[in-house]
Design a binder for this molecule. Sequence first.
Ligand code: GDP
Length: 367
Amino acid sequence: SEMNVTCIGCGVMIQTVDKEGIGYAPPSSLEKEQVICQRCFRLKHYNEVQDVALTDDDFLKILNGLGQVDALIVKVVDIVDFNGSFLNGLHRFVGKNPVLLIGNKSDILPKSVKPNKLINWMKYEAKQLGLKPVDVLLCSAEKGHHITEALATIEKYRKGRDVYIVGCTNVGKSTFINRIIKEVTGEGDVITTSQFPGTTLDMIEIPLDDGQAIIDTPGIINRDQMAHVVNKKDLKHVMPRKEMKPKIFQLNEEQSLFIGGLARFDYISGGRKSFTCYFSNELELHRTKLEKADDLYDRHRGEMLSPPRLEDLESFPELVRHEFSIKDEKMDVVFSGLGWITINEPGAKIAAYAPKGVSVLIRKSLI
Ligand code: GDP
């Protein structure tokens, strides 16, 4: 049934019949003054901590638009912040369009990591998150690694169609696009911009030989990350930027690790075990007894335990504790946007602390 009610998020016409269809909202929502379609509702909730600017009309229109074009969608994620940069739920917006998943910043992972193993891991994780990409690739946009391969793969799957590049901010999408521009157009060729139907944003279009184009969509801000709780000056030390040097700790029960003053890891029980820490090489890790950890944090954050700096303590969110019992071997405890700790052996009870608003999750070990 057609009604003249539109979604306050994306402007789509609301319908209450086809649950999978565009513009669906449950019938009860029509009683409200402002109706939001199910897709926008979900987006809002997957990005819970994001501010209003994010769920703005243009952004949602672009996402909704992706389901209405016939194109190849290239989704770029940051391989060192895979879950944080994944854009959960994007697959719901792309309709039938194929998604090519590209893990960028491969240069940051230790050289010992086998690319094929990592690609299989990405396929598995993507599937867990509801996405079945047509293919999965790794590249380093900054170093220019595997860019030619990425372009060849794009060519293979686009089958004469346009290509939309999507990703959240900081995944290196601009760096990737700039590489592509060089490869596709050579110097001096004109890059055009075009309006996506119904939006006010200009998007960069890289023309292709057959009249189609590679289109760069705006980066989606993801607030569920460290990047939003640390000061800009510290961010470059906090975010891994160069090849990570993993640090291995043999921990006894009731020992704690501080990751600077940004996060904390308590090993509660499970006997002596080894833990491998993957963080920016510039972050200092401090080991202490669990029973002393609260006190140490109270007395030394901003100094020995930094970042954050002393002057930023007031605005720095409190650490929130997340407890986990981990049965399997080789599981990662991920601090979104900061790094992760691999618990190498099975059967550990741990607690992970991250600043309020920064998510913590458990996953199968990436390495
Ligand atoms: P965007 O917000 O997704 O457009 O990301 P940018 O292209 O602006 O990159 C964000 C940050 O990641 C910048 O500091 C880049 O230098 C860095 N970066 C981008 N690609 C890579 C990469 O392949 N490897 C490494 N180590 N850093 C990268």
